[in-house]
Design a protein around this ligand. Structure first.
Ligand code: ATP
Ligand code: MG
Length: 238
């Protein structure tokens, strides 16, 4: 399996407060990988560095064979990285359909996946089709989350990164989102998923990285993690 993303020795700070102390992780093509950890352990900070939203102090990030150092976030996105950010951040004064097309992008030549269209997003999330003319602020939290995922898919990413995509949602909506992520994996879309629902992640993901105070303290596949429940207890507090 070929490596799609490799992060090595990543360090980052907010002012004088260092948040990452050498994070290393990798995603192979077609894999789903998780970043696990309690609040404030550096998961979102890792993602901010990956997307060029926070400058790394040290370390390397290579995506699809290309080093991302010094690249602006719009250039990074263009390489095929799609972000579903913490807090969704949809455009509340645009309609569902306007949100979906606002940042849409044609697939790059290197991208072998089936191209995304409005119809394909609506097939994945039928609720969005029903709500297509509604403004962002008129949507429920779950619909906003589906929209954030649909908007990221419309950029035709090779790697989809979801930061707390089921946070605060009703169980039935969470299930719909987990099913959508499983369907996307079936179609070959690589993903990094940050979430507190370890049960769902054990089923969906191939590999897990557990973070504690800005470093990766454990990594392994779902089989290994299932066999070490003390890791889940110690580092995730569940
Ligand atoms: N904008 C910011 N300014 C200063 N410090 C920050 C900022 N964002 C995060 N931090 C700090 O960096 C550390 C890592 O935070 P990060 O947001 O990466 O955590 P996380 O693992 O995503 O957890 P959660 O999302 O549950 O808070 C924490 O100590 C946090 O307080
Ligand atoms: Mg976070």
């Amino acid at each position: 399996m070929s490596t799609l993303l490799k992060i090595d020795g990543l360090q980052a700070s907010y002012g004088h407060a260092q948040a990452l102390f050498g994070v290393s992780m990798a995603v192979d093509a077609g894999q789903v990988v998780t970043l696990l950890g309690r609040n404030g352990m550096g998961r979102s900070t890792t993602i901010k560095c990956l997307f060029g939203l926070l400058a790394a102090k040290a370390g390397n990030i290579v995506f699809g064979g290309q080093p991302l150092a010094q690249m602006a976030s719009h250039q990074i996105a263009r390489l095929g990285l799609g972000l579903v950010p913490e807090g969704r951040q949809i455009f509340t004064n645009l309609t569902v359909e306007e949100n979906l097309v606002a940042t849409a992008r044609a697939p790059r030549a290197a991208n072998q996946l089936e191209p995304w269209t409005l119809q394909r997003v609506y097939r994945l999330f039928p609720r969005l089709q029903e709500r297509r003319s509604n403004l962002g602020w008129q949507l429920s939290g779950g619909e906003q989350q589906m929209l954030a995922i649909g908007r990221a898919l419309m950029t035709n990413p090779r790697l989809l990164v979801l930061d707390e995509a089921t946070e605060g949602l009703a169980p039935i909506i969470r299930t719909e989102i987990w099913n959508a992520l499983a369907a996307l994996k079936q179609e070959g879309l690589s993903q990094i998923v940050i979430d507190k629902n370890v049960g769902a992640l054990l089923k969906l993901a191939d590999r897990h990285y557990v973070m504690e105070r800005g470093i990766v303290v454990w990594s392994g596949d779902s089989h290994k993690l299932r066999g070490e429940p003390e890791i889940i207890h110690q580092y995730l507090g569940v």
